[in-house]
Design a protein. Structure first.
Length: 66
C-alpha cells in the first residue's frame, strides 16, 4: 500500500527505464524529454551513461527542463 501523501506527491509522475547507450534508448529519451518539465537522473560520475547523457547538451536542447 502507498501512503496518501506519497500518492498525492507522485500524482502525474512516471518512472521510465531505458538504455541510453543504444540508438533506440536515445530516441526514446529524446521523445520523453520533449514533453516533460523536470528530469531526475541517477547516473554515476564517470559511467558510460553519463558520457552519453551530457547535462549541458540536454539543457541546450531542452531549455524548459528543471
Amino acid at each position: 500500500s502507498v501512503a496518501v501523501g506519497t500518492a498525492i506527491d507522485r500524482h502525474g509522475m512516471a518512472a521510465v527505464e531505458l538504455d541510453p547507450s543504444t540508438p533506440a534508448g536515445r530516441a526514446q529519451f529524446a521523445d520523453l524529454l520533449a514533453g516533460v518539465d523536470i528530469l531526475i537522473e541517477n547516473t554515476r560520475p564517470g559511467s558510460r551513461a553519463e558520457a552519453t547523457l551530457s547535462v549541458r547538451d540536454i539543457h541546450a536542447r531542452y531549455p524548459q527542463l528543471v
